[in-house]
Design a protein around this ligand. Structure first.
Ligand code: AMP
Length: 526
């Protein structure tokens, strides 16, 4: 029963216009047409404006319709943070299709699964990635985005599609609950899981990203999302920037610290967002870069160390704002801002290093029975995965998402993550499934058992550490194992630390006891 049918309830008399991504595009076009956008490519720098981008998004939407793409069809991207990617962010959902951003760092086998599972009909790929992207079965069209000199047999040309499209194309009316985008996230077990955002959830997320005490993008800002557009929609920043009219600075494939520091200085970036690895890298540059234009850095995806927050204050005078979220939460779910009365001493730093307080519309609770697992709910939180019930237990019967993060509550409702229940390693902002890596290691004929645990790493946040039991008489060494893994997993998954041990400790029910392994490693007993 809806609220206004409830006995005695008085109906509100406000309009029910749907919340649609189209409105973000139309606002940018109508209010901020001349606002500049910058995109770095493999071969140079491209400049555009919101007016041009939305006009091209209209042309693209009409060209896609001509190609037979309709409501609910999945359209994938395989690209860097670029102006063309932004055009797709606006065009694909606004015409009623579903944007599926593929994570270019995934191993081929997982990519194949994801493309098949989502039933992607088209893929837009950067020319600079033409050699890297596999051919996928079932995909009807590939479209090459010319960010570099490269060709791909059979692919359509992006610019040609735009030039044949209708720049006056009107985006259709849609149901706000219809799917706008789909992102896959690493499952603890089994295959990656699809999270399907609706227009409504995307617009609400954009509004909450732009609260003054969350990320708070404004028209006067120049915003650099280093976080990839292929990983949870770059934390929603492309939409938040378009809604606010901020200049967007898109770094393309140039993600090394020196290139990013130059870009920040040249484009006078005021807000930059990325995982801790990026900021650790920039802090180590010699000579130290100028970050004079930067008003704040948004850091999340992995824990931002307190030492790094202090260092940025002391060395650069730039505050780091720590945020937490996950693919299932759109992703922004909490932000750490210091409340009045805390000053800027040790107490304030301790709070800033927590994951902060929930953003508006998100409820949270900590489940004491499960050892302190953090649970959240709200209109920007997934209620199930796309065509996959293998982790149905992540959603509680009373409507909450189990995050897999273990939290303590500090001060007034500040979430402090202290552990993780999900068996994953987060390296440089991207996931490594320890279970999958263990299986690959155990596929070596000389290996009897293997357990993978996360170890803290200054540069990458975490790295996998493999604890391996050899079969009797086997002589396998680390080099041999690494050479074997090179054919089976992405290069960045290969562990630097490999320990050969006598046996993997087990729990009472015979599962690998990784707590014991972690303790042994910490005590130097491995
Ligand atoms: P993803 O779905 O790939 O965005 O990953 C979400 C997960 O990354 C969370 O559940 C956490 O385990 C981790 N994470 C994200 N932000 C933070 C943070 N600020 N501190 C610690 N862990 C984080």
């Amino acid at each position: 029963m809806s609220a206004d049918n409830e006995a005695g309830a008085m109906p509100g008399l406000m309009m029910r216009t749907p919340l649609l991504i189209r409105q973000i595009a139309e606002r940018a076009e109508g209010l901020f047409a001349g606002r500049e956008l910058v995109g770095v490519t493999a071969v140079g720098v491209e400049r555009s404006t919101y007016g041009r981008v939305v006009e091209r998004a209209r042309a693209l939407a009409s060209a896609l319709s001509e190609l037979g793409i309709g409501r609910g069809d999945r359209v994938a991207t395989f690209g860097w943070n670029s102006i063309r990617h932004l055009e797709l962010y606006l065009a694909v959902p606004s015409m009623g299709a579903v944007l599926h951003t593929l994570n270019i760092r995934l191993f081929e086998d997982d990519l194949r699964y994801i493309v098949g599972h989502a039933e992607d009909r088209m893929i837009f790929l950067d020319a600079s990635l033409a050699q890297v992207m596999p051919r996928f079965e079932g995909v009807e069209h590939e479209v090459l985005m010319p960010d570099a000199e490269a060709t791909r047999e059979g692919a359509l040309d992006y610019e040609e599609l735009i030039s044949r499209g209708d720049r006056g194309f009107e985006f259709p009316e849609l149901d706000e609950d219809s799917a706008a985008a789909i992102c896959f996230t690493s499952g603890t077990t089994g295959r990656p899981k699809g999270v399907v955002y609706s227009h409504r959830s995307a617009v609400l997320h954009t509004l909450l990203v732009n609260q003054a005490d969350t990320l708070g993008l404004r028209e006067h800002d120049a915003v650099l999302p280093v976080v990839p557009m292929f990983h949870v929609n770059a934390w929603g920043i492309p939409y938040a920037a378009a809604m606010a009219g901020s200049k967007l600075v898109l770094p393309g494939p140039k993600l090394d610290p020196a290139s990013l520091a130059q870009l920040i200085e040249r484009e006078r970036v005021t807000i930059a967002a990325g995982v801790p690895t990026i900021w650790q890298g920039i802090a180590q540059l010699q000579p130290a870069p100028s970050l004079r234009s930067v008003e704040r850095i948004i850091c999340g995806g992995s824990a931002a160390p307190e030492s790094m927050i202090r260092l940025y204050d002391e060395q650069f005078g730039v505050p780091i704002v720590h945020a937490w979220g996950m693919t299932e939460t759109s992703p922004l779910a909490s932000v750490s801002r210091v409340p009045p009365g805390f000053g800027d001493g040790d107490e304030a730093y301790a709070l800033r290093a927590t994951q902060g307080r929930v953003v508006p519309l998100i409820d949270f609770r900590v489940d004491a029975d499960s050892g302190g697992e953090l649970e959240v709910r709200g209109p920007t939180v997934a209620r199930s995965y796309f065509r996959d019930d293998s982790e149905a237990g992540k959603f509680t019967s009373d409507g909450w998402l189990r995050t897999g993060d273990v939290a303590e509550i500090a001060g007034d409702a500040f979430i402090k993550l202290v552990d993780r229940t999900k068996d994953l390693v987060k390296s440089g902002g991207e996931w490594i499934s320890s279970v999958q890596l263990e299986n690959e290691i155990m596929a070596h004929p000389d290996v009897l058992e293997a357990a993978v645990i996360a170890v803290a790493d200054e540069r990458w946040g975490e790295r996998p550490c493999a604890c391996v039991v050899r079969r009797e008489g086997a002589t396998l060494d680390d080099e041999g194992l690494r050479a074997f893994l090179a054919d089976h997993v992405a290069r960045w998954w290969i562990p630097e630390q490999i320990h050969f041990i006598v046996e993997v400790p087990k729990t009472s029910v015979g599962k690998f006891d990784k707590k014991v392994l972690r303790a042994q490693l910490a005590e130097g007993k491995l």
